[in-house]
Design a protein around this ligand. Structure first.
Ligand code: MTE
Ligand code: HPA
Ligand code: MOS
Length: 761
């Protein structure tokens, strides 16, 4: 394990000096955008009265769909995402036109003065209703293995049911923002907050009728992305660019929080219908699962999200006979998108919920039912999509956590507590995680880097990944420093820039450090090899006698400062910069059959949560959580622990308090922190034990580390199932609480009431 160094921007974050897109000093003449968004969920636009807008102070221009010289679309995969609606609107919040004014305030004041006449059309909000009407954004996906029907015909122990999980607002602290500046000869330079600079470059080029080579996208850091800036930064990048191009002025598009929440998509909410057959140890023999995805009005990334959901229904369990489907429901709401875990959490949640039900029916502790279903090490290790799980550590990881968290004794103590505590009930749950690492689109698994060493020995590294707080730049700097045997103080990671490293993938799927770390290592290694060749010749020594360590280069008995070596090499005209490239080996995926080996490896983890619920108010408290997570051979302990804690709390928020509510007209009512409840510091448990599981990656990843960004979000499951355990205690653990996620106070109270109806006393 490498040492835990501070995030490269920590000192800038805490002093407020870190430059985000909106902090870049504005050029004279900069203009500002405000968006007019649809007030109807589904309607034809009959007329727009702009007169009061045009007369409003400071207004310079109004941009409508007809001002777009290229394609009026910013869809990442298929073109069903208009930048501005020309004639039809599909959700409340859809942008219809943009006002460009001399100040942000003037633009916002002006946009409110427009009057739009709509002809309303019938709207669909409910997923079952959308399914019934066959209102879909994409054709269904099916993943089958074995013959489930035969098992059902022969099995006594069966269960079927329905449940739901809600969506989730990203709630990045920095909202969506883009600043477009026209350059000479029709070119554009764009500063924006995005996980995907290359896609922004291409979509801006497409809507502005430019070549990609005429657009440069630069991105130093985001104040959080969480998937919400993987594709959906595009709308704002395109709008700023369209206006900048039309007016030949710098234009900024920065969203107000409420507009951000009304316009952009969220995590997909899911409805599940299942049927399961199992034996008396709770082992699943067959599973049929139909998942309705709430996609919203357009496809966006729903296809790959569903693929990942289907590939994570198994979670850590060997499911031999499955019949899984994903149905892409189209509704008149925001277009849902990537969110930490990218469908994986929704897929795995289904099986965890079903196992939780099976445990209560068989009367076996849920942990033992889980263990009875785990993938084997050498047998029962083929996933429903055909990949062999050859790096399984879930058995030893869960065993370690079971002991360190004192699971069995606490289970007993809670049972006793609940016998005498009438209002407050406690619950406990241990849930495992197995998460596949790699993009499920094979060609996205590539990265590039560019390293410069200056003659004083200092280093700048540029790579295709973006920094969103997850510490990618810190890790890449560590990798480069380690390769060159120098201190990280000499290595600076610089803003992601499409003119330095081209054709980059989104920083997503947790692959940022796996891909860009390897590419940067490759670049550093090339320079180092040139230096070794140069030194071996100059000092007439074997190449193997040259070692780069502690800011020095050892050449047999002689030691030179790294910077002196660099100066010598420069004077001898050795190239001191290099590019680097990496592509993940061994991946294959048939997207039509949904089979292959889409993941380079798996990351594992498990968590134990203990909660208390108030059976009169429905409130809950997380009392203690123990997390054990596999980050491989961690590159940066402190950053990895931070990712694990943050993901766990974010996962908990998703499944408990973060409720999205749309009213009957389809208006999102929870569009501000006043109504949308993310976890606060006070929601963190008083006892939080977080540990890395000692485990080097068996695959040749950078320093044998493992991706850590998304997998620990699934650790939050244990909070939900601990709540469910506490609720079921009122029925003496006989009844499966009908608890949907998020487990809001209202949900908890209803489930308690239901279970009370079955209590023994
Ligand atoms: N951590 C912070 N602080 N902020 C973020 O926006 N995004 C998450 C995760 N951790 C995020 C984060 C998501 S969705 C992903 S895919 C990964 O970081 C992306 O970065 P990585 O691949 O470098 O881990
Ligand atoms: N995660 C995030 N983004 C993606 C993925 C994924 O698995 N596949 C395609 N885009
Ligand atoms: Mo993360 S959802 O892959 O951006």
């Amino acid at each position: 394990m490498m040492k835990s160094i501070a995030h490269e921007s920590a000192h800038l974050h805490v002093t407020g000096e870190a430059t985000f897109a909106d902090d870049i000093p504005q050029l004279a003449g900069t203009l500002f955008i405000a968006l007019f968004i649809s007030e109807k969920a589904h309607a034809k636009i009959e007329a727009i009265d702009f007169s009061a807008v045009e007369a409003s102070a400071g207004v310079v221009s109004i941009i409508t769909a007809y001002d777009i010289v290229g394609a009026n679309d910013c869809g990442p995969i298929i073109q069903d995402d208009p930048i501005l609606s020309a004639d039809e609107v599909n959700y409340i919040g859809q942008p219809i036109f943009a006002v460009v004014a001399d100040s942000y305030l003037n633009a916002r004041k002006a946009v409110k003065k427009a009057h739009v006449t709509y002809h309303e059309l019938e709207a669909v909000f409910d997923l079952d209703e959308a399914d019934k009407r066959q209102s879909y954004v994409l054709p269904p996906m099916l993943l089958k293995k074995g013959n489930t029907q035969q098992v059902f015909n022969e099995s006594d122990l069966q269960l079927e049911g329905r449940f739901k999980v809600g969506g989730q607002e990203h709630f990045y602290l920095e909202g969506q923002v883009a600043y477009a500046v026209p350059q000479e000869d029709g070119c554009l330079h764009l500063w924006c907050s995005t996980q995907h600079p290359t896609e922004m470059q291409h979509l801006v080029a497409r809507c502005c009728g430019l070549d990609a080579g005429q657009v440069v996208v630069e991105m130093r850091r985001m104040g959080g992305g969480f998937g919400g800036k993987e594709s959906q930064s595009a709308l704002f990048c395109c709008l700023a660019s369209i206006a900048a191009q039309k007016l030949n002025r710098p234009v900024k598009c920065r969203l107000d929080r409420d507009d951000d929440m009304l316009i952009t998509g969220k995590r997909h909410h899911f409805n599940y219908d299942y049927r399961v057959a199992f034996n008396d140890t709770g082992k699943i023999k067959a599973l049929q699962l139909k998942m309705l995805l709430g996609c919203g009005y357009s496809a966006d990334l729903s296809g790959p999200v569903a693929t990942r959901a289907l590939c994570h229904v198994d979670n850590a369990y060997s499911l031999q006979q499955v019949d899984l489907s994903a149905i892409f429901c189209k509704t008149n709401t925001q277009s849902n998108t990537a969110f930490r875990g990218f469908g994986g959490p929704q897929g795995a949640f289904a099986t965890e919920f079903i196992i939780d039900n099976i445990a209560r029916l068989t009367g076996i502790d849920a942990l033992d039912v889980r263990k009875n279903n785990f993938y084997g090490k050498t047998e029962n290790n083929v996933t429903p999509y055909g990949q062999i799980v050859d790096d399984n550590v879930i058995h030893e990881l869960v065993d370690e956590l079971e002991i360190s968290s004192d699971y069995r004794a606490r289970r007993e103590a809670i049972r006793i507590f609940n016998q005498t505590s009438t209002v407050i009930k406690k619950g406990l749950a241990l849930t495992p995680v197995k998460f596949g690492i790699s993009f499920n689109v094979v060609h996205f698994n590539q990265a590039g880097a560019l390293i410069h060493i200056y003659t004083d020995g200092s280093v700048r590294v540029n790579h295709g990944g973006t920094e969103m707080g997850q510490g990618l730049h810190t890790k890449v700097a560590q990798i480069v420093a380690n390769e060159l045997g120098i201190s990280t103080n000499f290595v600076r990671a610089t803003a992601t820039d499409t003119s330095k490293v081209a054709n980059t993938s989104a920083t997503a799927a947790s692959t940022g450090s796996d891909l860009n770390g390897k590419a940067a290592q490759d670049a550093a290694r090339q320079i180092k090899n040139r230096l070794i060749d140069f030194l071996a010749e100059k000092y007439a020594v074997e190449k193997t006698a040259i070692i780069f360590i502690n800011d020095e280069v050892r050449i047999n008995q002689q030691t030179l400062a790294f910077r002196d070596v660099i100066q010598q090499a420069y004077e001898s005209r050795i190239q001191l910069w290099s590019d680097g490239f990496y592509k993940t080996p061994g991946l294959h995926w048939d997207k039509d059959k949904l089979s292959g080996s889409p993941f380079y490896y798996y990351a594992y983890g498990a968590s134990v949560s203990e909660v208390a619920i108030d059976t009169l108010t429905g409130e809950f408290r997380l009392l203690r959580a123990d997390l054990l997570h596999d980050a491989g051979n961690s590159i940066n302990y402190g950053i990895d622990i931070g990712q694990i804690e943050g993901a766990f709390i974010q996962g908990m928020g998703w499944l408990t308090t973060e409720q999205l509510v749309w009213n009957d007209e389809g208006r999102l009512m929870t569009h501000a922190p006043s109504t949308y409840k993310i976890p606060a510091v006070s929601d963190c448990p008083p006892v939080l034990n977080v540990k890395l599981f000692e485990n080097k990656n068996v695959k040749d990843t950078v320093m044998r580390s493992k991706a850590v960004g998304e997998p620990p979000l699934l650790l939050g499951f244990s909070v939900f199932f601990a709540i469910r355990d506490a609720i079921s205690s009122v029925s003496n653990y006989k009844i499966n609480p009908p608890l949907n996620a998020p487990a809001t106070a209202e949900e908890i109270l209803n489930a308690v009431d239901y279970c009370n109806g079955f209590s023994d006393d």
